[in-house]
Design a protein around this ligand. Sequence first.
Ligand code: HPA
Length: 268
Amino acid sequence: MSDASDYIEARIPVWPTVAVVLGSGLGAFADTLTEPAVIPYNEIPGWPQSTAIGHAGKVVVGLLDGMPVAALSGRVHLYEGYTAKQVAFGIQTLGLLDVVSIVLTNAAGGVNPDYKPGQLVLISDHINLLGQNPLTGPNDENLGPRFPDMSEAYLKRYREIAREAGKDMGMDLAQGVYAAVPGPNYETPAEIRYLRTIGADLVGMSTVPETIAANHMGLKVLGISCVTNPAAGVTDKKLDHKEVLETGERVKDSMIELLRRVLPRLQQ
Ligand code: HPA
């Protein structure tokens, strides 16, 4: 991890304090950063390579309206065969680079029947159903405590900032609980009913290992889901990854605009 952060540090002209992880179909944000240093994941020592369609696989450090930002374009998932520890590697590397705020974006299924495809939802909390944890094993005391607190894993203040930014764009951003499942299959309708019963509004296959690792290091987290589809059984329609990507594509401009408005406000 420190090899990775040393490698990145040697190649970036500015020090970002804010980082954003871009989920499926949302990589376009990284291309809007100016004066970018682009570092492909496959050049960085120890960095796991992403294989999913729609995930480019590079760290971009550049300026957003003059503010240094790090963007992780593409992430790895448990369903690719990676462990939660490998999934969290990027976040821990950014934490070592003195990033203090992390924005995690993802595509999610709407478990809450009120959610419409294309809607952006702020993650208020999560349920880890991955059966794995990035902090399993000996604790690295340099990163954080053995038993980290998770009682405000997604900072309330950041959600308020994001809601304000959404309001400025004419969006009333809902907040919901994200359940992380390993995938790669989409859920059964019975699984979705179960998730709704235990309090989930959103379901997806990412984000939770990153949030756990970030909280472990004392980083502040904002999570934003793009609801790409009603979850299984919410409507009669079958689920299709192509549609997930298409919906991500359709709303990417509003996600990018929201990020542009939110990121500068997280510094305070
Ligand atoms: N389930 C799990 N992950 C997802 C979904 C879904 O319905 N949509 C996008 N990511």
